[in-house]
Design a protein around this ligand. Structure first.
Ligand code: 9WO
Length: 248
């Protein structure tokens, strides 16, 4: 799988690609990430990548031409017709299902905007898909690109430990079914707060039931929309429904 990232600031990515459980996926090339800097495709003494907006107004707009040349260079290296993705609040919200689709794909070309935005003609003619992380504005598309790469890399085979790998399973994932349960570690009492007794009991059946009940309760309270989806998908057992009925 290959992701090409078009960015004025490739150095922002390095710290995220070289630490943690996803490091091996990136360093082995399992998730191959290549960078193209529009600056390298800009012309003239000043190598401009931006200019003032037609019609006036604040800020600068990214020039279409250096972005298009960067794309052409990438296309000459990969001839798989990979989709061009732009990170923008206009786009479709990224969720776990989309991350799963990307993690099984052959990759994409990720375009990171800066300044006030990108010349619309580049977006209209070159961008296949826009992806949003939510209804807020950033100073560039790099943070969303890193978020996508991280989410995709952790779903690659061998990245999650065996203990975590159930999260890849579409029937027991934290985010397309129910929210995750709370986690506790040592000490048993911290700052006057004890770990729930059941977790210290050694009763694996009771511990599993408690965790399931916590997930159901957390989801019912914080994300009732997700609970409805899980219910509609037939993911709730009679025992689950009995617990939820007892909560009301
Ligand atoms: C910003 C913007 C704001 C309101 C409506 C549409 C918008 N599009 C963009 C945009 O594409 N901006 C470029 C990328 C240039 C300025 C910085 N950029 C950006 C991306 N800011 N915020 C995002 C972003 C991307 C994904 N999810 C949330 C925010």
């Amino acid at each position: 799988m290959r992701f090409d990232v078009v960015t004025l600031f490739p150095e922002l990515f390095t710290p995220f690609l070289t630490v943690g459980i996803t490091r091996r996926a990136f360093e082995s090339g399992q998730v191959d990430v290549q960078f193209s800097n529009p600056r390298d495709f800009a012309t003239g003494n000043y190598r401009r990548v931006d200019d003032r907006p037609f019609g006036g107004g604040p800020g600068m707009v990214m020039l279409a031409q250096p972005l298009e040349l960067a794309l052409a260079h990438i296309r000459s290296q990969r001839n798989d017709g990979a989709p061009v993705v732009l990170f923008s609040p206009i786009g479709k919200r990224l969720d776990h299902a989309a991350v799963q689709r990307w993690s099984g794909s052959s990759g994409a070309i990720l375009v990171c905007g800066r300044y006030e935005g990108i010349d619309q003609r580049f977006i209209d003619t070159q961008v296949d898909e826009q992806i949003s992380l939510g209804d807020f504005v950033l100073s560039g598309g790099e943070v969303p690109a890193i978020a996508l790469l991280d989410a995709v890399a952790r779903l690659q085979p061998g990245v999650l430990s065996d203990a975590d790998s159930h999260h890849q399973d579409s029937f027991n994932p934290s985010l397309d079914g129910l929210l995750d349960c709370p986690h506790y570690t040592r000490p048993e009492e911290w700052d006057g707060h004890r770990v729930p007794d059941v977790l210290l009991s050694g009763h694996h059946g009771q511990i599993e039931r408690w965790r399931r009940d916590q997930r159901l309760q957390l989801t019912a309270v914080h994300r009732p929309d997700l609970l409805e989806v899980a219910r509609g998908a037939g993911l709730l057992s009679q025992q689950d429904e009995a617990f939820l009925a007892g909560q009301r």
